[in-house]
Design a protein around this ligand. Structure first.
Ligand code: 13P
Length: 408
């Protein structure tokens, strides 16, 4: 159960006046630290993966660990693509296991931003995945080097926000009201009146990027005016770097493992502070009873092939794998042949969908329809096709108290 629908999660936060932290992670130390903080403070959490950070780690390799951390958690978790730059990157993120995606076309003119966002929304909603859009410009790129890429703030206006949300169909909106990504030069001045007006017009969860460096009072006013998701990274990165610097002074002999000592604990301390400050601490159990679990669906087909021989069957199967794997919401395609020669059905497709919504969108997808009509059905005589959803009891819970004991 702990991997939950991000829309349910943020709607709950929005209605109950608190904000969920979306913490960008760049390594397993970050992942463990963030999850430890969430478990300790019984807070919902968003594990966030920023596209601009993919030069530092392999997104595909990291995602199984992120998903495993979410599935074994006892607090509600969502996995989000931060600042996705294209439709293709949103499709890939959903394939790898994200159940929320951000599309950032905010540098484009309004109509182009709406068009690019709408395309992602149509695709993602057909996969059951909610979408965050951005309007206006929050200076900097995600990362601790943002100070070097300042640009000018482009404020979100309430009028444009109304049109953008209506026409793009986004579920959450990232607004620009004076925050910047990364370290601040001087005191940030936030336009709360503008935020209040945007919130009155939209009535949907709002998102703040550039959480690092804001004061208690600023966070309080942001949340009071509709902010339900706060993106946070640079402070975690700085805390981790400080810890490494300290390690180099005290530990000269033990190599890499000595240098990264206490990183999880350091990151966990800062994340926990945020969860308390933003009112998310202690919300996990109440939220779990209001959230739908995020559960995959297995689309199973068993069939026999007639009239094309073994080689013909293999060609059809290879083509099917190529076509079906690319359909949005498909996470994996397993094609198999029966181990027993006398099995009633000789072949199988096992197609893993990210969510129940994909049962319909996959069936109707033009690439699937063309493959099924032209290549599959003509040769696959008798067959059985059934969709299975994972039972909630399949989710394994591992006690986090054991993990804490070994935390580095
Ligand atoms: P900070 O690095 O300023 O906390 O911002 C993070 C962010 O907004 C990622 O999208």
């Amino acid at each position: 159960m702990p991997l939950v629908d991000m829309k349910d999660m943020l709607n709950h936060a929005y209605r109950h006046g608190y904000a969920v932290g979306a913490f960008d992670l760049v390594s397993l130390d970050f992942l463990e630290g963030i999850m430890t903080a969430a478990e300790r403070s019984r807070a919902p959490v968003i594990l966030s993966l920023a596209e601009s950070h993919f030069e530092y780690f392999d997104f595909e390799l990291v995602m199984p660990a992120v998903e495993a951390a979410a599935r074994r958690a006892s607090v509600p978790v969502a996995i989000h693509l931060d600042h996705g730059g294209s439709l293709a990157s949103a499709v890939t993120a959903i394939r790898y296991g994200c159940n929320g995606v951000m599309v950032d076309a905010s540098s484009q003119p309004l109509s182009d931003n709406i068009q690019a966002t709408r395309a992602v929304v149509d695709m993602a909603h057909a996969c059951g995945v909610p979408v965050e859009g951005e309007l206006g410009y929050v200076p900097g790129v995600e990362g601790e080097d943002a100070e070097r890429h300042p640009g000018e703030v482009a404020y979100t206006t309430p009028e444009q926000a109304g049109a953008y949300v209506e026409q793009s169909g986004v579920d959450f909106l990232a607004v620009s009201i004076g925050t910047v990504h990364g370290r601040m030069k001087g005191e940030p001045r936030l336009d709360f009146q503008r935020l209040q007006q945007i919130n009155e017009v939209l009535g949907i969860p709002l998102v703040i990027h550039g959480g690092t460096g804001l004061s208690d009072d600023q966070f309080r006013q942001l949340i009071a005016n509709g902010v339900a998701k706060i993106n946070y990274y640079t402070a975690l990165s700085d805390a981790a770097a400080k810890q490494i610097n300290e390690n180099t002074k005290t530990d000269t002999g033990s190599g890499y493992t000595g240098l990264v000592k206490h990183l999880c604990a350091t990151i966990a301390t800062e994340v926990e502070r945020c969860m308390h400050q933003w009112g998310a601490a202690g919300r996990a159990d109440e939220l779990l009873s209001h959230c739908q679990a995020w559960m995959p669906v297995e689309h199973l087909i068993v069939y026999n092939v007639h009239g094309v021989g073994k080689a013909g069957a293999e060609t059809m199967i290879a083509e099917g794998r190529r076509i079906l794997s690319a359909i949005p919401g498909v996470r994996e395609v397993f094609t198999g042949e029966a181990v027993q020669n006398d099995a009633e059905y000789q072949y199988t497709w096992l197609v893993r969908f990210c969510h129940l919504a994909v049962v319909d969108s996959y069936r109707e997808h033009p690439e699937h329809v063309a493959f099924a009509d032209k290549l599959f059905r003509p040769v696959a005589g008798e067959r059985i096709s059934i969709d299975y959803q994972m039972l909630a009891t399949d989710v394994t819970h591992i006690e986090y108290s054991n993990k804490e004991k070994v935390m580095r």
